[in-house]
Write a protein that binds this ligand. Structure first.
Ligand SMILES: [Zn+2]
Length: 162
């Protein structure tokens, strides 16, 4: 799936294995708990190719309406991938709703992530996976440190498989 970042000319591409990973953690049953992890991308000019989604980890604290990531494990994931040219570009997590929207707490988390991380993007990516099948169940937003913006699917619709 391709997303256009406003009028910047930047394209965010979610590769198939990443979409499969997120899809596998949709909270389609009431006993399913929230899951989440990090998103890693290869950055080529204006194309941000999201090639890996990590998590959930056994050490995350998870419930139906929230989760707290194991921050030490996250940092280890970032440190291990950086030498391979895989850049930490954002986070993903699941929501027990069909078409997910960021909660108040999500917005706070996004803002703090932008400030504490050094990344190549102008902002940080947040992918929230709801219970509806893709593409409707996936909400992708970018937070630039001031506000968040929901990304729309790239109208060209090409290269969906990456
Ligand atoms: Zn959330």
């Amino acid at each position: 799936m391709r997303f256009a970042v406003g009028t910047s000319g930047e394209i965010i591409l979610f590769e198939e294995p990443v979409l499969d990973h997120l899809s596998a953690h949709r909270q389609t049953r009431f006993w399913h708990r929230e899951a989440g992890g990090l998103l890693f991308a290869r950055i080529e000019d204006k194309t941000i190719r999201v090639v890996e989604a990590t998590g959930p980890r056994p050490t995350d604290r998870r419930s139906r309406f929230g989760y707290a990531a194991d921050r030490a494990a996250e940092q280890a994931e970032i440190d291990a991938r950086h030498p391979l040219g895989l850049h930490y570009v954002g986070d993903w997590h699941s929501h027990p709703e069909r078409w997910p929207t960021p909660s108040g707490r999500d917005v706070e988390t996004m803002a703090s992530r932008v400030l504490e991380s050094r990344h190549e993007l102008g902002g940080i990516l947040f992918a929230i996976i709801g219970t509806a099948p893709l593409p409707d169940g996936l909400t992708v937003v970018v937070h630039d440190g001031k506000a968040w913006h929901r990304l729309g699917l790239d109208a060209t619709g090409i290269d969906v498989s990456g």
